[in-house]
Design a protein around this ligand. Structure first.
Ligand code: GUN
Length: 287
């Protein structure tokens, strides 16, 4: 039976370390890092994320600046706000919550964010730096997944990592991070032939597709380390719902050596890494 990778506990420890460094920064240099979060519209899931981000930002001792705009906000107005946040010397990190309403071109907005304040790591310059070995800001969810892997396995050098999913937010940056750790990296996606056979080669399997319990027992090499990035809400009976990952935990856990649960695995690492990126951006900008 696999040992559980407790992302909730790891994230709490990471926040404690960050809080200590932030307190020292305030004491030694009178600097309080600030994170600006922009939410457009009323998407309920986004509202919950933004609330959690703000609460945890304040909890570790940073300043949280929230901009809540109506769904009718024009692209021009949003770009003006981003420009103002770029120009504000007190703002260290800028996060524009996705998804944006359909009438707004998300790529244009993300590209307008100062790469030095791009704590999501979504700006093409930061994506390019990740691919070319530079020191940019790295997307939070894959960064969190990598921290859990290195904590559990130590060196990842030479291991075969298979990433299922090729999104710009998780799959692609995850593959780049694993390559940087000297893994042999395979990306499996919806057009891959015999995805299960490719996944059975994995020493490290990272699932980031958004399809509930897609990864079954026949996708797993015994002894593999399994990182489940999926967060899917499925319907139970009587109107009840439940969160499940992309991995069918009950059948995969007996085969794997290490596995992240859902919830309580990669999920809590995302905001912790956002706080980590905000502190990194503050130190680089003001250092
Ligand atoms: N929406 C869902 N996840 C994310 C994220 O990591 N960053 C942003 N900006 N929006 C999101």
């Amino acid at each position: 039976m696999a040992s559980i990778i407790d992302g909730k506990a790891f994230a709490a420890t990471l926040r404690t370390h960050l809080a200590r460094r932030i307190a020292a920064l305030r004491h030694d240099e009178n600097i309080t890092p600030a994170l600006a979060v922009v939410l457009v519209g009323e998407d309920p899931a986004s509202q919950v994320y933004v609330r959690n981000k703000a609460a945890q930002t304040v909890e570790v001792g940073m300043r949280s600046i929230e901009h809540k705009l109506p769904a009718s906000t024009t692209q021009e107005a949003l770009l003006e706000l981003v420009a103002a946040l770029n120009a504000d010397a007190e703002v260290d990190g800028i996060l524009v919550q996705l998804p944006l309403p359909d009438h707004i071109d998300a790529d244009r907005v993300l590209e307008a964010i100062d790469p030095a304040k791009d704590v999501d790591g979504f700006h093409p310059l930061n994506a390019g730096r990740l691919a070319t070995g530079g020191t940019g800001l790295v997307p939070c969810t894959p960064l969190g997944a990598l921290m859990l892997l290195k904590d559990r396995l130590g060196s990842l050098s030479g291991l075969h990592a298979v990433v299922v999913g090729r999104s710009n937010i998780v799959g692609k940056p995850m593959a780049q991070l694993l390559l940087r750790e000297d893994c042999t990296v395979t990306i499996v996606h919806s057009r891959s032939r015999d995805a299960a056979a490719l996944c059975r080669q994995a020493d490290i399997l990272v699932a980031a597709v958004g399809r509930p319990r897609m990864i079954g027992a026949d996708w797993i090499k015994p002894g593999a380390t399994v990182i489940d990035v999926g967060i899917n809400r499925i319907a139970l009976d009587a109107g009840r719902t439940k969160l499940v990952g992309d991995v069918d935990f009950d059948v995969v856990a007996p085969l794997a050596a290490h596995i992240t649960p859902v919830p309580g695995g990669v999920g809590p690492m995302t905001i912790a890494c956002l706080l980590h990126n905000t502190l990194t951006a503050a130190c680089r900008r003001r250092g």
